[in-house]
Design a protein around this ligand. Structure first.
Ligand code: PMP
Length: 368
């Protein structure tokens, strides 16, 4: 039987400590979330049976959108079938030919795909480099809309976008700023509200977007902003208009998990504390952990082969750390992508640290 409420998983009959999951708040398998999903199944059945604009809208969707808007500190929100759909739909609806979208080199693929759908000119700037963005904006066409998009937390490196500097540059050029909070919700900020919360709350973005499939253990994507923005997306975002609505069980699970996050901010604090501790132990022993500041910690091995070998050695030492290799990351920076969750106890983190270091010594990533 899988251990639904545990940081351990069973793989080929072996019990292993999972260190590469996305359930940052440890809510995957939470009894309250499961009960909410079951109640929605009993009430509505298994599907929404239509797009939102036709037969697919349920009162649950509106309840979820109101909760997302409240959580994000905005007046309105819209829920999509996935985070991927939210990005593609939002970029595609906001921009068109004659506009410019400026994206960080490491932005998620769904943002890149949204740019393609939009038909706008796309410009990339160097990762987390506000000065380079400034030069790119300087060179862009001021006649059209200019939309800057960054991930709040980068999923392969665990570093955070420099929000205050980006805001300043956007304001200087009259550009809009959009953030993808996929790995920030429940992870950064004192109450897990993401990048604005992380930087103290005074610097705001224009469009906030995220997913319900990581810290929130469900499916779906969301966008939060002004009522005008949300109204526009309702009538122009193609994945919203032309794809079936989020199912009832997934909507109810997401709603319950968001409410738990609001009631139990200690989950966020625990994950932040244990992430910092693990990062310190590993980097003090010589592991390369990049620029990580969050629950996502890359353990950089080097070549793709080194990353696979290191993953195998970790598994022998009792932990699952999943390799990320080229082309997802440069081929000299292949790594294990580690993520800490509220399900990991302090003792689990100590066990993980020991296993990662033992395996690293065997693979000669650090000295013995
Ligand atoms: N944005 C980012 C930064 C992501 O990492 C992901 C998923 N890996 C998505 C968007 C897409 O979210 P979903 O899986 O809910 O479609």
């Amino acid at each position: 039987m899988p251990e639904r409420n545990s940081a351990y998983v069973e793989l080929d009959g072996e019990r292993l400590l999972m260190m590469s999951g996305y359930s940052y708040l440890g809510l995957g398998g939470d009894e309250r979330v499961v009960a909410a999903a079951k109640a929605a199944l009993d009430l509505y059945g298994t599907g929404a049976h239509g797009v939102r604009a036709l037969a697919g809208s349920l009162p649950l969707h509106e309840e979820l959108e109101a909760e997302v808007a409240k959580f994000a500190g905005r007046d309105a929100a819209l829920v999509f079938g996935s985070g991927y759909a939210a990005n593609v739909g939002t970029v595609g609806a906001l921009c068109g030919p004659g506009d410019t979208v400026l994206i960080d080199k490491y932005d998620h693929a769904s943002i890149v795909d949204g740019c393609q759908l939009s038909g706008a000119t796309v410009t990339r700037f160097r990762h987390n480099d506000a000065d380079h963005l400034d030069r790119r904006l300087q060179a862009s066409d001021p006649a059209g809309l200019r939309l800057v998009i960054v991930d709040s937390v980068y999923s392969m490196d665990g570093d955070i976008a420099p929000l205050p500097a980006l805001r300043e540059v956007c304001d200087a050029h009259g550009a809009l700023l959009m953030v993808d909070e996929a790995h920030a919700l429940g992870v950064i900020g004192a109450t897990g509200r993401g990048i604005e919360d992380h930087f103290g709350g005074s610097v705001k973005v224009d469009v906030k977007l995220g997913t319900l499939s990581k810290a929130i253990p469900s499916m779906g994507g969301w966008v939060a902003g002004s009522p005008e923005l949300i109204q526009h997306l309702k009538y122009s975002a193609r994945p919203f208009l032309f794809s079936a609505a989020l199912g009832p069980a997934q909507s109810a699970a997401a709603l319950e998990a968001l409410r738990i996050l609001e009631r139990e901010p200690e989950r966020v604090a625990h994950t932040q504390r244990e992430s910092a501790r693990l990062r310190e132990i590993l980097s003090a022993a010589g592991m390369r952990t990049g620029q990580s500041e969050t629950a996502v910690i890359p353990l950089i091995a080097g070549s793709d082969e080194s990353a696979y070998d290191y993953a195998t050695a970790c598994r022998k030492a009792g932990v699952v750390g999943l390799p990320v290799v080229s082309p997802a990351v440069p081929n000299t920076l292949a790594r294990l992508r580690i993520a800490i969750t509220a399900r990991h106890s302090t003792e689990d983190i100590d066990v993980a640290a020991e296993a990662f270091l033992t395996a690293a010594r065997q693979c000669r990533l650090i000295g013995s």
